[in-house]
Design a protein around this ligand. Structure first.
Ligand SMILES: Cc1cc2nc3c(=O)[nH]c(=O)nc-3n(C[C@H](O)[C@H](O)[C@H](O)COP(=O)(O)O)c2cc1C
Length: 186
């Protein structure tokens, strides 16, 4: 098995981070990896907002948790009301992905860009996790005003967010792969 496939297989979601920030060059390369993901008709109708400002991330968490507290989904209400809960697991860097509202392939475009982000990070021993909550909370007026400050265009929908940083715990083991999810027809 070659190095790239090994890297794909050994990537795991990381949910505990050191406070230490990732180097600027690493952030640059991770964003390059995102920009070079495939996109529907090559339109690149996406935006990647990297945020490293601790106070602003906290502001975003507070606004997001307010939305969660009022969610019709009980699980969201429960974690939104938990003062200990940090949806980004205190990652020092987050990259919020967003796509143009009218884009036919925006959700998929952001998903492949996110996987590029995770794999690029993993190749530099930086941990990562997909965080989905902003895809639900991104149109709340308070949350949106913060996202606008981060440079996300108003007519863009939020997709996943990548939490990034050096892992403070040993990576968890991968769950066993389900049987029967692949077929080969020759
Ligand atoms: C679309 C999507 C949404 C996810 N949302 C979250 C999330 O909000 N919070 C979280 O901790 N993990 C989230 N994850 C990470 C998954 O829980 C994780 O990928 C899965 O448990 C498999 O673990 P692995 O990434 O280590 O292989 C998400 C993953 C995907 C693909």
């Amino acid at each position: 098995m070659n190095e790239i496939i090994q890297s794909i297989i050994t990537r795991r979601s990381v949910r505990a981070f050191e406070e230490k920030q990732i180097p600027d060059e690493a952030l640059h390369d991770i964003l390059e990896a995102a920009k070079f993901a495939p996109s529907g008709m090559g339109k690149q109708a996406w935006h990647f907002a990297a945020v490293q400002n601790k106070e602003k991330i906290q502001e975003l968490i507070t606004a997001t948790k307010e939305v969660m507290k009022n969610s019709p989904i009980e699980h969201f209400r429960t974690i939104g009301n938990n003062p200990e809960f940090n949806p980004f697991y205190a990652a020092p860097t987050i990259i919020i992905t967003a796509y143009e509202k009218d884009s036919a392939t925006g959700v998929s475009d952001c998903a492949v860009a996110l996987e590029n982000i995770f794999l690029a990070a993993h190749s530099m021993e930086i941990g990562s996790c997909w965080i989905h909550i902003l895809a639900f909370a991104g149109n709340d007026p308070k949350v949106r005003s913060i996202l606008t400050e981060f440079g996300i265009p108003e007519n863009y929908e939020i997709s996943g967010t990548a939490a990034l940083g050096f892992s403070s715990k040993e990576a968890p083991k991968a769950a066993p792969r389900k049987e029967g999810t692949v077929s080969i027809y020759k």
